[in-house]
Design a protein around this ligand. Sequence first.
Ligand code: GDP
Length: 333
Amino acid sequence: MGKQRHVHALEGKQRHVASPPAELVSRAREGQPLAVARLISLVEDASPALREVAAALAPYTGGAHVLGLTGPPGVGKSTLTSALITAFRARGKRIGVLAVDPSSPFSGGALLGDRIRMHDHTTDPEVFIRSMATRGHLGGLAWATPQALRVLDAAGCDVILIETVGVGQSEVDIVSLADTTLVLLAPGMGDGIQAAKAGILEVADIFVVNKSDHDGADRTVHDLSHMISLGRREITGPNWRPPIIRTTATTGSGLDDLMTALDTHHTWLVSHGELQTRRTHRAAAEIEAIALDTLRTRLRHLHGAEALDTLAKQVAAGELDPYAAAEAWIASL
Ligand code: GDP
């Protein structure tokens, strides 16, 4: 934890010393943690420099395999993330981890000490771990998380793990950023039916039954495979049947199987053109989020605020209906 804190403390002090975005990006590409942290802060702060940063990052993105981890709180996401970091490091890969907390105003690693069991990795220069707070952003996660992802991607991460911290309906949104989505379940909690209700079954590329050292793991695996065999198309997808992998994240048991499943899925993504399809969807969502955010900002800050006030008075007085007012407001741009 020490080094991680240190990096953030340093970064905090330098926050007001402006480096040109292009220079920051080239330093990030060399793998300098400070530059990576600074770029992610620019994203979190919705800095006006972001546009230039995004342009500088664009040519260097697309190389990372993005893994999304989701599942109920306490299922072992953080512990498994740490075990996956170990496994990828053993292969010599550079890793980025984004722990996204949609409900928290804390950021910059403030939560890492408590929430993420990754102490073993914080002094490893090939591992970038960052927690992101997205509350308070208008349109929050929709545009901020993909931009942070781009930073890590351009910084040469071979693998990026996105983990949701805390609870929220944004889980599925975060997962939509991933090339490969892992849905974690554990015996006795978040069984198949509950998970289906939460809407996370449909997004799984790989199911992980963690805490397989606990009683009831067989039952959970059985319930899941039953649900998959019901053959719901949204679960099985075209030619891909999500495997169920048992792990014990605390000991690393099952990690080899999980790594094999990740490799297999990546190969499938590439050979079926699915990687391209998913990334195009992701880019479309990203463009839409940025466009809506831009539109909202323009409406509120240019002449829009005045126009809104005038229109609101008319609607309140019953002189205009709100739909016509909204049309007129948009037209005021
Ligand atoms: P998260 O909320 O999903 O991130 O879950 P955590 O990774 O924080 O884990 C919650 C608790 O479960 C911690 O006390 C972990 O040590 C424990 N845990 C995680 N994985 C396993 C496992 O495979 N077996 C057992 N017995 N405990 C585990």
